[in-house]
Design a protein around this ligand. Structure first.
Ligand SMILES: Cc1cc2nc3c(=O)[nH]c(=O)nc-3n(C[C@H](O)[C@H](O)[C@H](O)COP(=O)(O)OP(=O)(O)OC[C@H]3O[C@@H](n4cnc5c(N)ncnc54)[C@H](O)[C@@H]3O)c2cc1C
Length: 385
């Protein structure tokens, strides 16, 4: 096992408690949640009681005032492979930070207690039927009506879309300027806000990914997050942490795929000997062990940089690219080493294979990550001229 100096005794104790909680409160519900296409609200509240949600929220808002990404990294590592659709990392480290950075004290006082308790589940809605990678292509629009904003549009592929109590919705606030975006806090029950289908997916079966519709939704001024023309910039601020969050989960799932495969190939025999004793199996496992360790070291380095406030968007893009591509290769090789059993749903590896496919697509595709990294090298179209 790789030595990971990033974590101290306190983190190890935290990991033990998360593991125990996950085994007691998460794992037993796996089949039910996979069939239901979503996790229960109870598990969110249970996580809240444990203090696992938005730990960074100040104590006056019900939080722990503990801003240490390593605790979230541990949650990610212990939860991702046990229940891939329980999107606590999205709540904690993708959506929650918008409240932390851009909410007024009044908004923090209103939203954080529920966010911390697990009674206010969060989602963020940027993608639309007509646009995903290209944020400037957003068509949802919000009109300033003086004492409120009027929101119209449709969003798709929204994680936590069915369970969410509050959705941060990105919408255009100036028809002439695609970069003038506002972030609007849309709450369950607001007239004109409806949820569409819970989307059937290749993997992540317990994740309630959904379509959302906004038809003349009246958004009170108190539900505008930050400057309604600067949402684009606000989204860019959080990208490094979002990509690090993803990267930590991709390595964790790949690591689990490796573990179950190692056990399987020691046990399964062919031609009178364990599958694992064939040179091909040994070499595959050796390659994967090396790639996984390298990816983990890189992620831990990014976490260390993040703790010092030095994680750049480019470095985080590298972490996302490296880990999601490594994960894709690892789950594929691991499934191959399982033979036909690997294709059967009763074998855990089949689930990881399906769940992993999205990692190279959401939170910015691998191609977009390469664009970002390439540009940081001065290789954009302007730079090349
Ligand atoms: C399960 C799931 C959960 C999701 N959760 C959320 C969520 O919670 N909130 C949310 O807002 N969105 C969410 N998404 C949307 C996700 O972020 C987008 O699917 C993703 O950003 C890609 O956008 P797209 O699907 O529109 O693909 P497109 O942008 O249409 O891309 C299609 C292909 O073209 C490539 N491409 C696009 N532009 C370029 C370029 N400039 N150079 C080279 N290649 C390019 C892409 O890499 C990709 O291969 C989720 C998606 C899924 C499937």
């Amino acid at each position: 096992m790789l030595d990971r100096p990033l974590f101290n005794e306190e983190h190890h104790m935290f990991r033990d408690s998360v593991r125990k909680w996950a085994e007691d409160e998460v794992v037993p519900h796996h089949d039910t949640w996979q069939q239901a296409g979503m996790v229960s609200r109870d598990v969110w509240e249970s996580a809240g009681k444990q203090g696992y949600l938005a730990m960074y929220a100040e104590e006056e808002y019900g939080g722990l005032g503990l801003d240490d990404f390593r605790f979230d990294q541990i949650l990610i590592e212990e939860l991702t492979w046990r229940e891939a659709g329980l999107f606590i990392p999205l709540h904690n480290r993708v959506v929650g930070p918008y409240f932390r950075k851009f909410a007024t004290p009044e908004q923090k006082a209103r939203f954080f207690p529920g966010i911390v308790a697990g009674t206010n589940i969060l989602a963020i809605a940027i993608s639309e039927p007509g646009t995903g990678s290209d944020v400037a292509g957003i068509r949802s629009r919000a009109e300033n009506k003086g004492d409120h904003w009027l929101l119209n549009g449709a969003k798709t592929f929204i994680s936590n879309g069915i369970l969410a109590d509050t959705v941060i919705v990105a919408a255009r606030t100036d028809p002439q300027n695609a970069r003038s975006l506002g972030l609007f806090l849309v709450e369950a029950g607001m007239p004109g806000f409806t949820r569409g289908r819970k989307l059937a997916k290749l993997g992540l079966h317990s994740q309630d990914t959904a379509e959302l519709f906004f038809d003349d939704v009246k958004i009170p001024k108190e539900n505008v997050l930050g400057d309604p023309t600067q949402g684009f910039k606000a989204m860019m601020v959080g990208l490094a942490e979002e990509r690090l969050t993803g990267a930590a989960s991709y390595v964790a799932r790949a690591e689990r795929a490796f573990e179950v495969t190692l056990a399987y190939i020691k046990d399964r025999n062919a031609f009178g000997r364990p599958i694992g004793s064939f040179q091909n199996s040994r070499f595959k496992m050796a390659e994967m062990r090396t790639q996984l360790d390298a990816a983990q070291v890189f992620v831990d380095h990014c976490t260390a940089m993040h703790l010092e406030g030095k994680l750049t968007a480019d470095l985080a893009a590298q972490a996302k690219l490296l880990t999601s591509e490594t994960e894709g290769r690892v789950v594929d090789e691991c499934l191959q080493l399982h033979g036909g059993a690997g294709y059967m749903r009763e074998y855990e590896i089949s689930r990881h294979y399906a769940d992993a496919r999205i990692s190279r697509i959401y939170a910015g595709t691998s191609e977009i990550m390469k664009e970002i990294i390439g540009r940081s090298l001065g290789l954009d179209e302007r730079g090349m001229r």
